[in-house]
Design a binder for this molecule. Structure first.
Ligand code: OGA
Ligand code: NI
Length: 357
């Protein structure tokens, strides 16, 4: 993929811009008026909150209502928060802190990890390679966790010292949680509990971590931390910043600002699960707004199908009344789109539909 070898313009670290003390942001971060965050179309609703411990209750009724609650969230919101999810709180806290420390290291230490669009691994400041594109107000670190063959720990930060160890431990724990959620999502589709995981390639699934750093911004009304997009992968487990809100989820014509519950993860359905479920589950558009007072850090763990397996609607979910809505495609092929164009709403999963070709 020759055209994905390098960035079309010199890379500017948003954090450096923010720390330089400017009062006016450069034009390349200014969104057209219709794309800017506005209070007019923000809803006061919140995404569903699910207590996962209820799935282990002695009460069949409580177990069933919890499953139904999750089913509703996957169909209507594409998003929910989970509490009592079993991931160690202290580990969540330490992992977040170590990444905050990473971003606070001197620029030259971070530059060693500067990424390229061919794999995106490392320290980055843009998505997409379109020349002259309007950029998002965000730096990030992207790494592969699974499969082992792609893990490349040598590309993970060596500083702060505990960084690699914490990434490995955190990855292990959130992978377990993703496994549990995959079972729940399968059962709620009327399938055997291993069905979705098998469709992902069983133990050969993929997983990546993107740590997003949204620096404080002198003109937050003109820009976005992350433009509207749906996640291209299977399922995302987001550890949001519990001190600073910023994630907004589309609900009809409005944006819902997620109010993070302490110690919760935010779960969302990605495009690949929308395809497998033949659109019973929705991969919903979301975006991030920034603010003038505080930096914000989030950890997005992407749980994905094996990259070269064909993803198409599960046969049991295709009926005469509900024909297959998507044509088969591997995740590798699919992901190339976002890596080229950058975040661009839901145009991608929609372009996969048979009706629109
Ligand atoms: C993402 C994402 C949301 C956030 O990384 O795909 O949507 O709150 N992040 O940072
Ligand atoms: Ni996302």
């Amino acid at each position: 993929m020759k055209f994905l070898q390098s960035w079309p313009e010199p890379v500017i670290r948003v954090q450096s811009l923010s720390e330089s003390g400017i009062n006016v942001i450069p034009d390349r971060y200014i969104k057209p008026p219709s794309d800017r965050p506005s209070l007019i179309n923000v809803s006061q609703a919140n995404i569903p909150v699910i207590d996962l411990q209820n799935l282990l209750s002695d009460s069949q009724t409580l177990r069933d209502t919890t499953l139904t609650h999750i089913l509703g969230a996957c169909r209507e919101w594409g998003f929910f928060q989970v509490v009592n999810h079993g991931v160690d709180r202290e580990l969540m806290k330490r992992t977040r802190e170590v990444w905050l420390e990473f971003f606070n290291l001197p620029l030259d230490v971070k530059q060693v990890y500067a990424n390229a669009p061919s794999t995106y691994e490392g320290y980055g400041s843009r998505l997409g390679v379109e020349k002259g594109a309007i950029l998002d107000w965000c730096d990030y670190f992207f790494l592969h966790y699974m499969p082992y063959s792609l893990r490349g720990e040598s590309k993970w930060p060596t500083l702060p010292q505990s960084c690699r160890e914490l990434i490995a431990k955190y990855g292990e724990e959130v992978t377990k949680l993703c496994g549990t959620l995959m079972k729940v999502l399968s059962i709620n589709l009327g399938l055997s509990e291993d069905h979705l995981q098998n469709a992902f390639g069983g133990g050969d699934f993929g997983a990546c971590l993107r740590v997003n750093f949204y620096p404080k911004c002198p003109q937050p009304d003109l820009t976005l931390g992350l433009s509207p997009h749906s996640d291209p992968g299977g399922m995302t487990l987001l550890l949001p910043d519990h001190n600073v809100a910023g994630l907004q989820v589309r609900k009809g014509n409005k944006w819902v600002t997620v109010k993070p519950v302490p110690d919760a993860f935010i779960v969302n359905i990605g495009d690949q699960i929308q395809v497998l479920s033949n659109a019973i589950y929705k991969s919903v558009e979301h975006r991030v707004i920034v603010n003038s007072a505080k930096d914000r850090v989030s950890l997005a763990f992407f749980y994905n199908p094996k990259s070269d397996i064909l993803i198409e609607p599960i046969k049991d979910l295709v009926t005469e009344d509900r024909p297959a809505l998507y044509t088969p495609m591997t995740f590798d092929e699919y992901r190339l789109y976002m890596r080229t164009k950058g975040p661009s709403g839901k145009s991608q999963v929609e372009s996969l539909t048979k009706a629109s070709g």
